[in-house]
Design a protein around this ligand. Structure first.
Ligand code: COS
Length: 390
């Protein structure tokens, strides 16, 4: 049968010099700045304040934002490369990067007004402040249309009341994008997204969560009691909030997929190095087929995850629809991260079970990538609905 040439979609896998330079800069930063304190920050649940400041100075917090708003003007492929390198070493730092870049900055740049971009996007893109994305509630995680937080229209402002849970950057952010229900009769079409500033009266940051993984990131419950949010802080038209959240999460999932990829490839690199140093039964353990085959599986699955991440980013860079690709990337990369970090611990044996060797932290960090920004089950809803729609 002849090849249907006109159906072949080009996907050039050659990275440009600029993309390689971004990857190398992220790798240097991760290995030289993040690595030395990563175990202590995890143990003490300490937010990487200085390190995040430096990430901002290097342009990693507003990578894809137009330079006129203080960003780096880079493509999504560069973002994937940088996320992988940072996540190889410190997933707590990389989640700050992911939320700031692909949820907060992207949402503001794509749907914000010029005034909102000047006031809020520019300091976020420069890394002078960081942002948080507030969708999840005690009873609205996967079922995101069931928002209980209310934003009642009071004419010149909204009155915001409610609670948000598990908010990344909850304590350290200055700018919060808060999803809330304005008109319950309209269901998801009555939801808005409001820009809330830390310090607004009635906005309280609750206790920090004590987590299994990404323990250096600060995750909080947020409470809003009669917070007056000016009308000009609404993003988009009245009722656009749910679609805003869905669109934004489409790109966010590229970030988390790349984080999962980085956790997996970081664990693989450590396991590969260890297996070539450690001897058992008279030879290095990489020469035992039991270990060599594990390495082969790890490398293959990680490469497949990388290609899915790059595919989603490539579609985004071309201005094409990428929600399906980003959900596939997140679903697969997070599974690879979970499974392959377990294998990395296994290859390290007893050493893998202690903190000094890093892989136990990576195994704990991997789990959240199957949960936040849409669980694996939610990704399967998105993927199957897209496949089955008319
Ligand atoms: N882009 C634009 N609009 C979208 C969209 C997208 N990617 N996905 C859904 N929508 C729209 C739908 O078109 C629908 O609007 P209309 O009725 O006007 O057509 C509306 O949003 C509701 O969509 P749907 O009926 O599919 O909603 P469901 O309640 O069935 O939920 C899922 C769909 C489960 C996919 C969604 O709620 C979701 O992604 N949940 C997880 C949220 C999440 O990631 N939480 C983690 C918090 S961030 S750490």
């Amino acid at each position: 049968m002849p090849t249907p040439r006109n159906n072949i979609q080009k996907m050039d896998l050659t990275l440009t010099e600029e993309q390689l330079a971004v990857r190398d800069a992220a790798r240097d930063f991760a290995q030289n700045v993040l690595k030395p304190g990563v175990i202590a920050r995890d143990t003490e649940q300490r937010f990487p304040t200085d390190e995040v400041k430096q990430l901002g100075e290097l342009g990693f917090l507003g990578m894809m934002v137009d330079p006129k708003y203080g960003g780096g003007g880079m493509d999504a492929v560069s973002y994937v490369l940088a996320m992988e390198e940072i996540s190889k070493v410190d997933a707590s730092a990389s989640v700050v990067m992911s939320v700031n870049n692909s949820l907060v900055c992207w949402g503001l740049e794509t749907y914000g007004t010029e005034e909102q971009k000047q006031k809020y996007l520019t300091p976020l893109a420069k890394g002078d402040v960081i942002g948080a994305f507030c969708l999840s509630e005690p009873e609205a995680g996967s079922d995101a249309t069931s928002q209980r937080t209310t934003a009642i229209d009071m004419g010149d402002h909204y009155l915001l009341n409610g609670t948000k849970n598990w908010i990344t950057n909850g304590g350290s952010a200055s700018t919060y994008l808060v999803i809330a229900q304005t008109d319950a009769d309209k269901g998801h079409r009555g939801i808005n997204c409001l820009i809330v500033e830390k310090g607004m009266e009635g906005f309280v940051v609750g206790a920090k969560e004590d987590k299994l993984g990404i323990r250096g990131s600060d995750t909080h419950t947020l409470m809003f009691q009669d917070v007056k949010v000016p009308k000009e802080n609404r993003i988009g038209e009245d009722g656009f909030g749910f679609k805003f959240a869905m669109k934004t999460l489409g790109g966010g999932r590229i970030g988390i997929a790349s984080q999962a990829l980085g956790i997996a490839s970081g664990a693989y690199e450590l396991a590969l190095a260890y297996s070539q140093e450690r001897t058992a039964f008279g030879k290095v353990i990489s020469k035992h087929q039991a270990i060599a085959f594990k390495l082969a599986d790890m490398a293959t699955e990680i490469q497949a995850a990388r290609l899915l991440c790059l595919k989603a980013a490539n579609l985004k860079d071309q201005g094409k629809e990428y929600a399906l690709a980003s959900s596939m990337a997140k679903l697969f990369a997070s599974k690879v991260a979970m499974e392959q970090t377990v294998e990395a611990v296994q290859i390290h044996g007893g050493y893998g079970f202690v903190k000094e060797y890093h892989v136990e932290r990576m195994m704990r960090d991997a789990k959240i990538t199957q949960i936040y920004e849409g669980t694996s089950e939610v990704q399967k809803i998105v993927i199957s609905r897209t496949l089955l729609k008319d």
